[in-house]
Design a protein. Structure first.
Length: 666
């Protein structure tokens, strides 16, 4: 393996899910998992294709209750390509131990698969190359080369577009309705051509796949026909192969949806793209050039080959999810990329971890992701009003239209119980958006960005947090009650009925930081612009004064010489970490044992420590001093050690944060 390749040799059925996710190919517009073309969902394989921002809602009955969920839709499968020799069966669904070699070339964005098939006593060597074009985001291609090793004779090749798909890729969502598509029709408009047209059931997005399958090397087919079925369509080719001779089949696919720009009729757009597409090598050459441009802007060089490969792999998947093609779309950052169905394609606060990278390399893409938030400001304002707040309250999980998509119950797969899900109380998602606005402005120094929409976004978020903060006479400070911090193991106090925590330190400090930036923005904007903005937001001098006061009087809890994750944290018991060593999802374990993480000083992920990930020590110190707290330089290392010893890293985001702390390197 080199720094640019990821190789899977042989079979490891237990790892198939991870392998297919890591071998996903995409271009920021759509992506397809690295499943074998001849496979269908069977618990091992999961061929899924996802179009950025294509969501659909469905109703399900769970535990006797009606719930609604919005999913990033698994659109029809363009991969199917199989064959049979003589009287053999179609080569389909190889058993989990089927030996094959997969090689992901990250520099070029190409997946190569090699294997042997024994069919009706005949051995055929097969090589497949696959790409999802980074050059022309609507195109993908699969090239299959067949060499009969010990036979000559007839082979039938089937290339299909399959609309018999649903969202069924995640086990713990199996009780939810995953049907999102209605196939409107299938057909063929050219020799070797096929198309499939469908529409999402409730969001009404039309999606069309069109394909062209042809032999580019080897004997001409003796027959070629397209078979249209109600919800799938196949092009069947028959040809005579000779022992040792190579035959290459090329399948080129176009994917369009009614969300695309500059499209009149979606079917015409998809069918019309194919004659222009060129052959596999031509597509590959343009695709490779596009990737070369991307890597030129963002390759980072680190030490060893192993570390470099890991870094390249992360960048590769980031760019496949959020590429310059994304800049033109109205989409956010889905927590699991476009790589599968976990988290249903929802947008959490994870953009906080990728925007700093994009800001410097692809500022247009970063800005588009912020615009996704800004376009949903009306919903966020309505959400704030609904709980009696000014400004904007962004949802913990966002999808198509910006309403709160967080489920109110979730399944613990360990206990099989459906439990209340209070994670919508993670109000801090708004702070992440505001932080991103400011970082984008810092990286681009573009005042036009602020005046166009950045300032409005940040100010509306700041207002909600200022309004959330209430004055506590006893403390003579402002407090924020009833929220959840980033650490999802704590959603309430063990002895309190209503969910939520008071004075989550991360939320309170970042709220102060955002209020300070709001004040900065008001100072920075040219006078007339500032006046217009204040007028349009009805932001009066008293409210701005209140911002100022809170930046001097917010409450930050401390105990034992460290920052407390939330008020009352010190009352919690210590967990017997020895008994739970190596367990990342402690919440599921403890709940299954009839216990709860809420009782313990145990975190799923960085919470307080996020502060030192986002803020330089000096800036953090200034905030504390500004609030009237003494700042001791040992506070940060002490706090880091304290929480690193009490974190299970049950979220992958946690390690990303902790790795920067010297204590975690030892
Ligand atoms: C983490 C969240 C994160 C979400 C999506 C959860 O497990 O706790 O912080 O936003 O996953 O990545």
């Amino acid at each position: 393996m080199s720094r640019w390749t990821l190789i899977y040799d042989g079979a490891d059925p237990a790892q198939a899910g991870v392998r297919e996710a890591l071998c996903t190919l995409g271009n920021g517009y759509f992506s397809t998992r690295g499943a074998p073309p001849e496979s269908s969902p069977d618990g091992t394989h999961y061929p899924g294709t996802y179009v950025a921002g294509c969501y659909d809602r469905a109703m399900s009955t769970v535990d006797g209750r009606l719930v609604e969920n919005e999913d990033l839709v698994n659109v029809p499968n363009w991969l199917p390509l199989t064959f049979r020799t003589g009287d053999g069966d179609w080569f389909e669904q190889p058993d989990p131990g089927f030996p094959q070699r997969m090689e992901l070339d990250m520099r070029r964005g190409m997946l190569t698969r090699t294997f042997h098939v024994v069919n009706d006593g005949r051995t055929t060597r097969v090589t497949q190359r696959r790409l999802v074009s980074m050059d022309t985001p609507h195109l993908a291609a699969l090239e299959t080369t067949l060499v009969p090793e010990d036979w000559s004779g007839t082979i039938a090749i089937r290339s299909a577009l399959d609309g018999r798909v649903s969202n069924s890729g995640v086990d713990r969502y199996r009780d939810l309705n995953g049907r999102h598509l209605h196939v409107l029709g299938t057909g063929s408009n050219a020799p070797g051509g096929a198309w499939l047209r469908c529409r999402t059931l409730t969001s009404g997005v039309e999606v069309v796949l069109a394909s062209r399958t042809r032999i580019v090397q080897g004997p001409a087919p003796s027959s070629s026909e397209t078979l249209s079925h109600e919800d799938w369509v196949a092009t069947d080719l028959t040809l005579d192969l000779r022992i040792g001779e190579q035959t290459t089949v090329e399948k080129t696919v176009a994917l369009y949806s009614s969300r695309d720009h500059a499209v009149g009729n979606v079917l015409d757009a998809a069918c019309g793209a194919l004659p222009e597409a060129g052959g596999f090598d031509e597509l590959l050459s343009r695709h490779t050039t596009a990737w070369r441009h991307l890597w030129r802007s963002c390759s980072l060089n680190v030490g060893s080959e192993k570390e470099q490969r890991a870094l390249n792999l992360h960048l590769f998947h980031l760019l496949q999810t959020l590429s310059p093609h994304t800049s033109d779309l109205d989409v956010g950052v889905p927590a699991r990329g476009l790589h599968g169905e976990a988290y249903r394609g929802h947008v959490f606060w994870d953009e906080l971890f990728v925007l700093p990278f994009l800001n410097l390399r692809f500022p247009e893409t970063a800005r588009a992701l912020l615009r996704y938030r800004w376009r949903r400001l009306p919903q966020a304002r309505a959400a704030a009003r609904a709980v009696g707040l000014k400004g904007a309250l962004f949802p913990w999980q966002s999808g198509s239209d910006g309403r709160e998509e967080t489920q109110r119950t979730h399944l613990n797969p360990r206990s099989g119980r459906w439990l209340p899900d209070n994670s919508h109380l993670q109000r801090h998602v708004g702070l992440a958006i505001a932080y991103n606005v400011w970082q984008h402005y810092q990286a681009t120094d573009d005042l036009a960005f602020l005046s166009e929409f950045g300032a409005e976004l940040l100010l509306e978020i700041a207002r909600a947090f200022a309004d959330m903060a209430i004055y506590d006479r006893g403390l003579d400070r402002y407090v924020i009650r009833g929220v959840m911090g980033p650490d999802e193991y704590h959603d309430g106090y063990p002895d309190r009925e209503e969910p939520g925590l008071d004075d989550n330190a991360y939320t309170n400090v970042m709220a102060v930081w955002v209020l300070l930036r709001a004040l900065d923005i008001l100072r920075k904007l040219p006078g007339p612009l500032q006046r217009d903005l204040q007028e349009s937001l009805d932001l009066k001098a008293e409210e701005i004064e209140r911002f100022e006061t809170i930046t001097r009087k917010m409450h930050i809890p401390f105990h034992e010489g460290v920052i407390s994750q939330f008020a009352g944290y010190e009352e919690l018991e210590e967990l017997d970490w020895e008994a739970y060593r190596g367990i990342r999802r402690l919440d599921r374990y403890l709940e299954a044992e009839g216990d709860s993480c809420n009782r313990y000083r145990a975190s799923k992920q960085a919470d307080v420590l996020m502060l030192f990930f986002l803020l330089p020590a000096e800036e953090f110190a200034d905030i504390l001093r500004g609030l009237g707290y003494a700042y001791d330089p040992e506070l940060i290392p002490r706090t880091v050690d304290y929480y690193l010893a009490r974190t299970s890293h049950g979220s992958t985001l946690s390690s990303v944060v902790s790795i920067f702390h010297p204590a975690s390197r030892s």
